[in-house]
Design a protein around this ligand. Structure first.
Ligand code: FAD
Length: 479
């Protein structure tokens, strides 16, 4: 018989769980420490500019569609997803550029220009990533424990998934030049892990980019949490903003301390960062986890539109191997960083006043556990390097074009969203923290505690977190 469920956190995972469970007939109460929904998928508005602060790529649209169809709703009534013509543009340090298109025949022309014979390699690479995707996709809706490995039927699957090979190692089998190897593995950085450390099965992101294509929700990425919130409310979920949960007592039944009140529930779904919640809310010790990298973000509202950029732009460092080593191993701020520039106004002018552009600049940096340096002392140097690189490549003076500017630091991920060590993408996506080894969605110590979000199974990224919310709904309904 349906009961009373608390959801802690209005990130995409929490919102989607709230909608599913409210639709299933539970009395759902969602508590969020901030004054609005979205979590890392947040919105910042200033002077007519609407900055999506976190995610910018919509991949695997069928996972989004499932989150709505579970509730008998149609994604199209909530989100207007536009497929981009240009997937992304890469600016190489030697002055070369690579445009990767929705239309793979155009991409192949570009690839041949950089590496002879690579159009055929691209086909073979995509075929392999498609095979891997076919194996991984059903697993994304399942919750595993290390004990699941006792099931021998998984063993051949592990080999088929190339679990002991890295994403980079996979790309090396298909492309001769580092230029193209990076062009098809940089996505790992968006999971907060180096392509050298991400297992080969993360190449499902390449499949998603190049086969399923990349979409943008018109009106901006913030439309995604808003849509989920609207759907959850439609089914009766109650939202409590400015309500930071301080403690969760889980001795059989569930008691939450929030805004100086003690509230009782039958179950709780924790969407707040897993490591933070386990330690601070449940008072449990943490194993020796590895954490993803952090990022430094600069949001610029520009006085005019800029030529020569696409919706998604990547600027690669001269020495990418050193760049990755600085971030993921040495814990130092790269002096020659790779970075990403999101210009959503290429596709969607509703995000800025007419005739103006948004530049959202994301620079991967070490998380607060790894970091050996004082970021505040190095920030100006890092910002200048990035701005200078953009100026050189686009032949502009960016500083003079800035109308509004905001910045977001590694420590802000902790300050605003309670993310441990400011690790932007949560627990790292390495082999020993993937699938069977990633924290499961239910708590072995208390059957009424569930987890959803980037650091739990199946992992981070919007579509995968949405799949996690399905796992939680299924677990609760089964019980
Ligand atoms: C800069 C950046 C770029 C990204 N790019 C992409 C991309 O292009 N594509 C993609 O798919 N993914 C991307 N991601 C990843 C994606 O945004 C995340 O995986 C996803 O949003 C995480 O959602 P979540 O459900 O784990 O919740 P979160 O976003 O972590 O939200 C958790 C919520 O819990 C709240 N909370 C915490 N503690 C408490 C408490 N004690 N009481 C009440 N509330 C609490 C927080 O305030 C927050 O609102 C990006 C992320 C970032 C930050």
């Amino acid at each position: 018989m349906p009961g009373k469920i608390a959801v802690v956190g209005a990130g995409v995972g929490g919102l989607s769980c709230a909608a599913r469970l409210a639709c299933d007939g539970y009395d759902v109460h969602l508590f969020e420490k901030l004054d609005k929904c979205g979590g890392r998928n947040h919105l910042l508005e200033d002077n007519g500019f609407k900055f999506d602060m976190g995610p910018s790529f919509v991949l695997m649209p069928d996972f989004f569609a499932e989150a709505f169809s579970y509730c008998g709703e149609n994604l199209k009534d909530y989100l207007d997803l536009k497929v981009l013509d240009v997937n992304y543009k890469i600016f190489y340090p030697d002055g070369d550029c690579l445009n990767v298109y929705k239309d793979s025949s155009r991409t192949k022309e570009e690839l041949e220009r950089l590496e002879k014979g690579s159009s055929e390699s691209f086909d073979r690479f995509i075929k392999e990533t498609s095979r891997i995707y076919g194996l991984v996709r059903p697993l994304l809706y399942k919750c595993f424990t290390p004990a699941s490995l006792v099931n021998l039927s998984y063993w051949p699957l592990l080999l088929k998934l190339r679990v002991f090979e890295s994403y980079w190692g996979l790309a090396r089998k298909f492309f001769r030049t580092d230029k193209l190897r990076y062009a098809f593995t940089f996505e790992a950085m968006f999971m907060g892990v180096s392509p050298y450390q991400a297992p080969a099965f993360y190449s499902i992101i390449s499949y998603a980019d190049h086969v399923q294509k990349i979409a943008h929700p018109m009106g901006g990425m913030y439309q995604i949490p808003l849509a989920l919130e609207r759907m959850a409310k439609k089914f009766g979920a109650k939202f409590h903003y400015n309500s930071e949960v301080e403690k969760i007592s889980a001795n059989g039944s569930i008691r939450l301390r929030v805004n100086e009140k003690e509230l009782d529930f039958d179950k709780v779904v924790i969407n707040a960062d897993y490591a933070y919640a386990k330690e601070k809310l449940l008072g449990q010790a943490l194993p020796d986890y590895r954490y993803s990298c952090s990022v430094y973000l600069i949001y610029l509202g520009l006085k005019k539109k800029i030529e020569g950029v696409e919706h998604h732009n990547l600027f690669f460092a001269k020495e990418l191997t050193r760049n990755l080593n600085d971030i993921f191993n040495a814990g130092i701020i790269p002096d020659d960083p790779s970075f990403y520039v999101h210009v959503p106004t290429v596709t969607d002018q509703s995000l800025a006043p007419q005739g103006k552009d948004i530049f959202y600049i994301l620079v991967p940096v070490p998380n607060l556990l790894k970091s050996k340096e004082d970021f505040s002392k190095l920030e100006n140097g890092l910002r200048n390097t990035v701005i200078e690189k953009i100026n050189q490549r686009l032949k502009i003076n960016l500083e003079e074009l800035i109308e509004v500017e905001h910045r977001f630091y590694p420590q802000d991920f902790t300050k605003y969203y309670n993310i441990k060590f400011g690790a932007t993408f949560g627990l790292a996506h390495n082999l020993m923290q993937s699938a069977f080894f990633r924290p499961p969605n239910s708590n072995s110590r208390n059957k009424n505690v569930y987890f959803v979000g980037a650091s739990t199974q199946p992992g981070g990224g919007l579509p995968v977190v949405l799949a996690g919310s399905r796992i939680v709904a299924d677990l609760i309904n089964k019980r």
